[in-house]
Write a protein that binds this ligand. Structure first.
Ligand SMILES: Cc1cc2nc3c(=O)[nH]c(=O)nc-3n(C[C@H](O)[C@H](O)[C@H](O)COP(=O)(O)OP(=O)(O)OC[C@H]3O[C@@H](n4cnc5c(N)ncnc54)[C@H](O)[C@@H]3O)c2cc1C
Length: 392
């Protein structure tokens, strides 16, 4: 048995950040990871544009999180601190047109990870790969490695095991069973940053984008780009609304505003100016081809009634039936309830055991907010553990 270590389980962004903070404070850290390599999901996130945080002002930035506890932690290790931390690793960043922060184009995701792992190695952090966490008690943690069980005696334990989507990256959420057997309160994992299955299948529109639209559910609205798929809709305004539709029973209705900058009266004015509806839509209202195709899914009677058409351009209903399957979505909501944790993110039932990252019960839209909160909670528990080890 290995003696009295600071143990971190999960070599994702949250676990690696906690390791860095502890190592920088002079502690020997052992990270255990079930995969043969670190941060697989981090690399997957890099496939579609490596959006590490967002440049938004901190006030509106924090509103993106549903949990007060996470807001406080993100405020402490904020977006500027993420940029500074990357710069310290030698990774330069730039702000994209939407305010998202990316590494400059000369840095591929794998290079960002490599720079980070090299820094951790330099700081003396040891990563043990192919170790599957299977259980723990208040003194030991148990791993399976090559069909053998290993016990590690810990002084402090940080669990950073991720959410429950994209299982092939290692985030399989098997920890839910381990923690629930110990009566630790968990909120069930649910799809977040998910597309919706829709009632009407927009078969003729598959793969087409609606740009500069506004999507609304009740009083919640988000501008952006929406894409039609074979099952329904995807896109950043869709992901933003996930959190607000979650408490309700499906089916629900979302509304697309195809012309957010014009009022219904203005649109009606244009439509009344000519009998050639499609020409007015295209030439005067500058409705995009996709938006026009969407309007053409209406029956002829509706399409030719300018009053109804103007109303529908501002409020096109889309009935949503469900989220997409959990394994294919970007992140998950739910996880370890904050009432189970102290201010330091230490489990109340297991002192010396801390939790960080997506496994905690919070959610946020894509756009850098997810990784930001993983970095921030990793920082937070790293500091908390380090402080708890200081001689009093
Ligand atoms: C397709 C996609 C695109 C994304 N794009 C973005 C984006 O652009 N911006 C953004 O902010 N976020 C994005 N994300 C989300 C972001 O990648 C995650 O929120 C983040 O990686 C979570 O970090 P984490 O450290 O909490 O967990 P993870 O990254 O999931 O890491 C957890 C680690 O724990 C290990 N582990 C789990 N169980 C065990 C066990 N029993 N034993 C040992 N090890 C275990 C796993 O193997 C894994 O390595 C994206 C995600 C996906 C899937």
């Amino acid at each position: 048995m290995t003696e009295n270590e600071i143990v971190i389980v999960g070599a994702g962004p949250a676990g690696l950040m906690a390791a860095q903070i502890l190592a920088e404070n002079g502690h020997k850290v052992h990270v255990y990871e079930q995969n043969k390599a670190a941060a697989r999901k981090f690399l997957v996130a890099g496939n579609g544009g490596f959006n590490l945080t967002h440049s938004e002002q901190i006030g509106t930035f924090l509103e993106k999180y549903d949990a007060e506890e996470i807001r406080n932690i993100v405020e402490c290790f904020n977006n500027q601190k993420v940029i500074d931390w990357l710069a310290d690793l030698g990774i330069t960043t730039y702000t994209g047109s939407s305010g998202k922060i990316f590494p400059t184009r000369n840095f591929k995701p794998i290079q960002v990870l490599k720079a980070w792992l090299e820094r951790l190695e330099m700081l003396g952090v040891t990563i043990h790969y192919s170790h599957v966490f299977v259980d723990f008690n208040d003194a030991e943690i148990y791993f399976e490695n090559n069909q053998q069980q290993t016990a590690v005696k810990y002084s402090k334990l940080i669990l950073a095991l991720g959410g429950g989507s994209w299982k092939k990256t290692g985030s399989d959420a098997k920890w839910m069973e381990i923690l629930s057997k110990k009566n630790i309160g968990l909120k069930p994992l649910e799809p977040a940053n998910s597309g919706y299955n829709t009632h009407f299948k927009f078969t003729t529109l598959q793969g087409q984008y609606l740009k500069n639209i506004r999507l609304t559910f009740q009083e919640h609205t988000k501008n952006g780009e929406l894409v039609f798929t074979k099952y329904g809709i995807e896109g950043s305004p869709v992901y933003y609304l996930n959190r607000f539709t979650r408490p309700f029973e499906f089916p629900l209705t979302l509304y697309i505003d195809l012309k957010p900058n014009l009022s219904e009266a203005e649109i009606l004015g244009y439509l009344k100016s000519s009998d050639r509806i499609s020409a007015v839509l295209k030439k005067q209202l500058k409705i995009s081809t996709t938006a026009l195709n969407l309007l053409k899914t209406l029956d002829k009677e509706t399409y030719t009634n300018v009053e109804i058409l103007a109303r529908l351009i501002k409020k096109f209903p889309v009935e949503i039936l469900s989220f997409r399957p959990i394994d294919e979505v970007i992140s998950t909501a739910g996880g370890v309830s904050f009432c189970e944790l102290t201010h330091e993110l230490e489990l109340r039932k297991y002192r010396n055991v801390f939790c960080a990252g997506e496994m905690l019960d919070w959610e946020a839209p894509t756009g850098g907010y997810l990784l930001q909160a993983c970095f921030s909670t990793g920082f937070w528990v790293g500091q908390a553990v380090s402080n708890s080890l200081k001689p009093h």
